[in-house]
Each structure stands twice: as C-alpha cells, then as structure tokens.
Design a protein around this ligand. Structure first.
Ligand code: ATP
Length: 345
C-alpha cells in the first residue's frame, strides 16, 4: 500500500474547516484499497502573521518542500501588510510553481447558468500585474508594473498544451488551447506573452491553437462556454476568467485548483477565506475535496481520485444533502458524512 506525506496549510477563515473535511475523506482511502497519508499541519496566512510577525515562516516552507504535496485551505492575503510577507507568492516562488490549473465543469444535479461547460484555465501565477511592483509618483499618482517574462510565459504555455493533450487523450475530442491577451493595448508585455505561447504551440502541432482578446473571451465564455477547452492566461486575466468560469459551472463551492511545478506542487480550492461564513461550520467542503482529488492524480493515485470524485458527484446528483451555497441546509460535516457514505456504497 502506498503512503504519501501531505503538508496541510489550513490558513485563515474557512480554510481550516474545509481542510478538516478533505482530510476526513482522503484519510479513509486506505479502507478502499487506496493510499495511506501522513499529515503535517503547518502555520501560514494572516493569523500566522499576527502570531509570529510573518505570514509564511521558513519552517512552513521547508515542511512544504519536504512533503509529497501541499494542500492549502485559504489565506487572507489582503489583511497582511507588506512587512508580513506574501504567503501565496512566497509559496509559489519557494515551490517553483509558475501556473495554476483550474477546471470548470457543469455537474449533474447542480444548477448552473451555463449549458455545458468543461474547460480548464491555466493561469500564470507569479508575475503580471500581481507582481506587487507598485510605487507612488510625485503628482498624486500611483503606478503598478506589469511584469511579463518569456520564461514564466513559456512554462505556463507548456502546462496548457500538456493539459490539452491529457484532455484530448481522455475525451477523444480534438482539444484547443486559447491564449488570452490584450495585445492591441499591451503591445510589449502581451506581445512577449503571445510570442512565447506561439513558440510552445509549434511543439504541439496536433493541438489546435488560437488567441483571443480577454474581453471577447469573457463574453464568449458566458455566451458559448462549450467553445473552450484550455484557456491560457496571464495572472490577472486568468484570475478573473477563472472566477467567471467557476460561476458559469457550479460556483465557488465546487471549484478546485492545482499549482504544479517540476519538483513540487500545491493544491487549493479557488474560493477565498469567506469571512462572512467562517466559523459557522457551513462552508461547502466539496471544492477542497475535489482539490484533494486533483492532488491524488498528481500523486499517481488515479483510482482513488476517481472514487472521491464519483462520491462527490453522486451526493450532488442525489441532491438530498447540500450546503447553503447550493440551496440546502447541511453543515460542512454533514456534507462530508454524505460523501463518506457514498464512497462506502
Ligand atoms: P477572500 O478575500 O479571502 O478571497 P472573499 O469573501 O472576497 O474572501 P471568497 O472567500 O471567495 O471571497 O467568497 C466569496 C463569496 O462566496 C462569499 O459570499 C462566500 O461566503 C462564498 N463562498 C466562498 N467559498 C465558499 C464555500 N466553500 N462554501 C460556501 N460559500 C462560499
């Protein structure tokens, strides 16, 4: 029986609540001929900054590097002042991950504003307008630098084409990578991004490739979400489009994501700390449980990932046990109990 060491970063707000639910689910996989896990819970986030003066202690980063994978809940980065560090940025740089993968899928039994959506957004996560390079000018003005490098763009593009190839092999569909930009305005930065994407596209002649303006892409995503397969975007465009896609599919309570590098990887739900419902025990744990399933695939535990995903989809399709965001009254624990019961069925 295989065993994996998982570093848990519960973080802030509902982070600890949803991580507990995911740990309960994957912790039972050994009873289903799946792997065993050793969990190492580490501090990070706003609460950690308040306690220790830094939001990502070195010991946490070292523990993350020593684990086979990292599972993160949510972090309240907005409340952390610059001298407290940037826990997500620090983790991305420390673990050398440069892009995130965020699937959006309509789930049977869950109402969605879209007809059919089954796409993945690959988002560069270390630079762009979120590079945190801001300064004040003399004339009551403020500036933010948009950093685009060929290196980070190439890594994100390669991840997008690899993801398209995997999806092509799994579904038999032709596959498509859509690179998103605003090159008419951002001629140099998006010019470089598109150049890097086109270079990578040449290595994948079997995968169709197109480019779209970000505004046109946002409109098409709402009008005809089925037109997309893999959307490849710089940091801010990808951040916004992945929330649009999550909303078009089944909502933030079900949206999972993975940040995979060459040596390390971390996994986190798309939602944030949800301060309005934190501490009430009512957060939808499914996004984190589906995120844990993505982690299982990364660890080579495909059968266990299938078991977990099938159980979540069965509970959602049954419709009897649902958290408030999906129109139900179940607590996070009750939703998790239902998923565990579905795994035993
Ligand atoms: P942050 O600044 O940490 O991103 P936020 O409140 O701006 O926090 P989210 O945490 O993503 O953004 O929350 C947006 C909305 O979605 C909130 O109303 C929140 O309650 C809801 N929400 C987010 N995640 C969940 C979840 N897992 N279950 C139920 N509702 C959720």
């Amino acid at each position: 029986m295989s065993q994996h060491k998982i570093c848990l970063l519960p973080g802030d707000g509902i982070g600890a609540e949803v991580i507990d639910c995911a740990v309960r689910v994957i912790g039972t996989l050994a009873d289903h001929d799946g792997p065993r896990f050793v969990f190492d819970t580490q501090p990070a986030g706003h609460g950690t900054f308040l306690e220790t003066g830094h939001s990502l202690p070195n010991t946490t980063l070292e523990a993350a590097k020593a684990a086979d994978a990292v599972l993160l809940g949510a972090m309240d980065v907005a409340e952390i002042p610059p001298h407290g560090g940037d826990p997500l940025g620090g983790l991305r740089i420390g673990l050398e991950v440069s892009a995130s993968i965020r699937p959006s899928l309509t789930i049977p039994g869950v109402a969605s504003p879209a007809g059919d959506i089954d796409c993945v957004i690959v988002r560069e996560v270390t630079e762009g307008l979120y590079a945190r390079d801001e300064y004040m000018g003399d004339d009551d003005s403020a500036y933010a630098v948009r950093v685009i490098t060929r290196g980070a763009s190439t890594k994100a593009a390669r991840m997008a084409f690899e993801e398209a190839r995997k999806r092509q092999q799994r579904s038999g569909k032709p596959g498509l990578v859509t690179a998103v930009h605003k090159v008419g305005v951002l001629k140099l930065s998006d010019g470089l991004f598109l150049e890097a994407c086109a270079d990578v596209a040449r290595d994948y002649p079997d995968i169709p490739y197109e480019t779209r303006n970000v505004d046109a892409c946002a409109m098409e995503l709402v009008r005809d979400p089925g037109a997309f397969d893999v959307i490849l975007a710089t940091n801010v465009f990808g951040d916004i489009l992945s929330d649009v896609a999550a909303g078009m599919a089944a909502g933030l309570g079900l949206a999972a994501s993975a940040c995979i590098g060459e040596r390390w990887a971390y996994f986190e739900p798309v939602h944030g700390t949800a301060p309005d419902i934190a501490g009430k025990g009512i957060a939808n744990p499914c996004a984190t449980i589906l995120t844990a399933a993505m982690m299982l695939r990364y660890l080579g535990e495909d059968a266990s990932a299938d078991t977990v995903e099938a159980a979540v989809y069965r509970v959602l399709a049954d419709g009897e046990v649902r958290t408030g965001d999906l129109g139900g009254t179940a607590s996070s624990a009750q939703m998790t109990d239902a998923i565990l019961a579905a795994m035993r069925r």
